[in-house]
Design a protein around this ligand. Structure first.
Ligand code: KG4
Ligand code: ZN
Length: 331
């Protein structure tokens, strides 16, 4: 079965072709980051308009790269939400139109399910059941994943998502948009420069006794540091490192607690913050100590992409009753 995946939930147009026997055949991504950078954040209206401009050329490009034709398609999967309404509508409309013209099934995929299953695109892949840490710009959740569609929420953020906290803190440090990767780079450079003068920030909710998170206080703690110190390159690096260490420590501790609570030994990390090198190092190091294994998506599939949607669509379409949903379930 050949499935076309379409992702347009925010500021990335992602297209991919996944074959249930041959795997991922091709994928293409257009990021609108530069356009939104000028405004310091995603402008929803501009995002929708740009998806319209990009989506058909990217679909053509993806088919050409795989040496395939639209008529080879068996099904279409698109991101049905959550995300920006106008942006989502572009993907949903293109999927519906193509499905109608080609007379093939069209399936809406939950964006977070796409992220959650993305590590299954790599080898070695985790096998059900596992614990998933979903850390993106909009979500921070720990889930117990027993099988496809069998997801139990173990804990989540009570305020900002981890990626959102990275982005807001980066903005406070004058690092532009999107700040997460820039902040992380600055923190890593400061850490490897061997500088001694370090700040330390609190670890919010580390001992809350549950698997929930809170990151908005860290941003305020950073603001207090900024107001107290002269902001030189050195203090900026030190603050970035202190922030990253605090977030990574909390994410690591709570993920290990989720493994202990469920008795599972596989941890899957997904979402944009999963690209963070310090988080990857910390999770691997600490999981190894308790005999657990950590699985990450390929770096290019950590942030939004079409491959995870095509893959989730293919998995869903292979399971019984996939297309028996009510119409209002599809968006
Ligand atoms: O999953 P994603 O592409 O989009 C959402 O569904 O939200 O995640 C984007 C988020 C942004 O907040 C971005 O700053 C963050 O992931 N991010 C990072 C890194 N790369 C992306 N945060 C920390 N370190 C990184 N290396
Ligand atoms: Zn995402």
């Amino acid at each position: 079965m050949l499935v076309l995946g379409i992702e347009t939930s925010c500021d990335e147009t992602g297209i991919a072709l996944y074959h249930t026997k041959r795997g991922l055949l091709s994928h293409a991504l257009y990021s609108q980051t530069e356009m939104h950078g000028e405004y310091g954040g995603v402008v929803p209206e501009l995002a929708s308009r740009d998806h319209i401009r990009r989506v058909l050329p990217l679909i053509r490009q993806t088919f050409a790269a795989a040496g395939l034709d639209l008529r080879d398609l068996d099904a279409i999967a698109y991101t049905r939400g959550p995300g920006l309404a106008g942006a989502l509508l572009v993907g949903a409309s293109i999927a519906a139109a193509l499905g109608f013209a080609l007379r093939i099934p069209v399936l809406g995929i939950h964006h977070l399910e796409g992220h959650l299953l993305s590590p299954l695109l790599s080898t070695p892949a985790p096998v059900f059941p596992f614990v998933a840490l979903l850390v993106s710009g909009g979500h921070t959740q720990l889930m117990e994943v027993s099988g496809l569609g069998q997801y139990t929420l173990l804990g989540e953020t009570v305020d900002d998502a981890a990626g959102e906290a990275f982005d807001k803190t980066a903005k406070l440090l004058g690092l532009g948009y999107p700040g997460g990767p820039a902040l992380s780079k600055l923190a890593d450079e400061f850490s490897s420069s061997g500088q001694q003068e370090r700040f330390r920030l609190p670890r919010p909710m580390l001992h809350s006794g549950d698997l929930n998170f809170s990151f908005s206080g860290l941003k305020t703690a950073v603001l207090t540091l900024i107001n107290k110190h002269e902001i030189t390159e050195k203090t900026r690096g030190s603050i970035a490192l202190a922030f990253q260490e605090a977030v990574v420590d909390v994410l690591t501790e709570k993920s290990l607690a989720a493994l202990a609570e469920t008795g599972l030994t596989q941890l899957v990390v997904a979402g944009g913050v999963g690209a963070n090198r310090q988080l990857r190092r910390s999770l691997c190091h600490n999981a190894e100590k308790i005999g657990a294994t950590v699985f990450f998506p390929e770096l290019e599939f950590c942030t939004d992409n079409g491959a995870m949607i095509a893959f989730a669509g293919a998995m869903r379409l292979q399971s019984p009753g996939a297309l028996d949903r009510k119409p209002d379930d599809t968006f």
